[in-house]
Write a new protein. Sequence first.
Length: 340
Amino acid sequence: MLSKVQIAELEKQQYRMVGDHSAVKVCGWTKNMLTGKGGCYKYKFYGIRSHQCMQMTSSMHCANRCTFCWRGEKAPVQKKWNGVVDSPDEIIELSKKEHTKLLLGYGGNDKTNSMMYKQSKEVRHVALSLTGEPIAYPKINELLEKFHQQKISTFLVTNAQYPEQIEKIKNITQFYISVDAPNKVKLKEIDRPLFPDFYERLLKSLDLMKQATYRTCIRLTLIKGQNDLDMAGYKQLIERGSPDFIEVKGYMHVGASRKYLERENMPMHSEVDDFTKELIESLDDYEIVSEHTASRVLCLIHKRMNKQQYIDFPKFFEIVNNDGIAKTLDYSSDKMTPNC
Ligand code: SF4
């Protein structure tokens, strides 16, 4: 799928290609956790252990060219899948192998916590969000099932351009839709989609989110002066998807996004906080449950969750690995329950 030049460029940036269309890269927070600098916001919000997380994608291609994407276009943008389809087993085993290899250097680092380093060799969570659009992988549900069989929890982020792929998902630990703008005009400007019916695709994806049994989250990436407006538009989209969580996160002026945006477009944590408080005033059913200043992000929880923000991992695997359907409240808890 990628040319030799593209692969070489990715390797320089510490990505590792896996098979024909997948890739891994160690997240900065995984490294931070290993060297005693703390975990990511998903550790604080939901209990994901950053040092046992593998960041990856099962599809390098994407149907959007979002201006705020700091990863840029690592592979050609395209609407439809073409080329070979690697097997889920192959993707998982090779990804874990490459991820462990990328962490090898931490074994000899004085600042590394040796117990955590040992644990890091056992992947317990996968963040399907690295680059491209992981949900586009034709066997996405089989891939999720295989991860669950290995007691690896799954988070997947989509830009909502493939509702037909969402329909394939039976179980997932937490499912994300990135809502990048409050209305159709702004979404076209910010996401620069390839699909002419991009907005209808988003709406259909939100409808599917509302019907989902598993934990759901809408992610808003706030770009100062660009999408921090039209509260009524956000309210409408959020209520349409009715997610269990909303993450409001500040845009970071790094990587490829610097081509389209300025430093001034990056809000301070206090500005993300102000926006979130204004948003909450227009939403009846959400409250702030946590925040992570270093990542400039706040987490809102739906009142039906009764503040049960954490994932009960043993419960989740017990359900999904016995052919059950994981229902949000059946595997949510108000206490952190590590997956180890
Ligand atoms: S959950 Fe996300 S932010 Fe946290 S360690 Fe994994 S990839 Fe990084």
